[in-house]
Design a protein around this ligand. Structure first.
Ligand SMILES: [Cu+2]
Length: 152
């Protein structure tokens, strides 16, 4: 009788251990999961240099477009971002502003300006031209900075 009980207890412990280990393996491999129970993936802040152009192009009908290239930039919360902003438009000055992060710089035709900012706030931040009436498509000169990170 005692032998049967010991075998049952051993089998029970084996099954329990396997299930527990399986739980932690699944939890750790799930997106955003960790065995410690956290929900956010911790990342080490980095310094990133990002080259952004206010670029111009002309369509088949001769219509001019002025846009940011790239118009979508990603970073992790806490990253230090060094924007190298170049204005390739030979006719007009443009401005680069990330209003929600307190960035604003004016860039003369053909020039490059450097601006540095720490991406403290997770979320989607819009960047836009600040030189009103720089061109007829001034309002379309926009892009987005996506700052990844857990909201606190
Ligand atoms: Cu502009």
């Amino acid at each position: 009788m005692n032998t049967r009980l010991a075998i049952f207890a051993l089998a029970f412990l084996l099954v329990l251990t396997t299930l527990t280990a399986g739980y932690f393996v699944v939890k750790a491999s799930a997106p955003g999961g960790s065995a410690a129970g956290g929900s956010a993936v911790a990342v080490t802040p980095q310094t990133r240099q990002i080259a952004v152009l206010l670029t111009t192009y002309e369509d088949d009908q001769g219509k001019m477009y002025r846009r940011w290239l790239p118009d979508l930039v990603a970073a992790n919360a806490g990253d230090t971002l060094i924007f190298r902003v170049t204005n390739t438009d030979k006719k007009s000055a443009h401005g680069f502003a990330l209003a929600s992060l307190g960035v604003e710089v004016k860039v003369d035709p053909g020039k490059t300006e450097t601006v540095k900012v720490v991406a403290r706030t997770p979320g989607i931040h819009t960047f836009a031209c600040t030189v009103d009436k720089c061109a007829e498509d001034h309002a379309d000169q926009m892009g987005q900075l996506v700052v990844l990170g857990a909201a606190r």
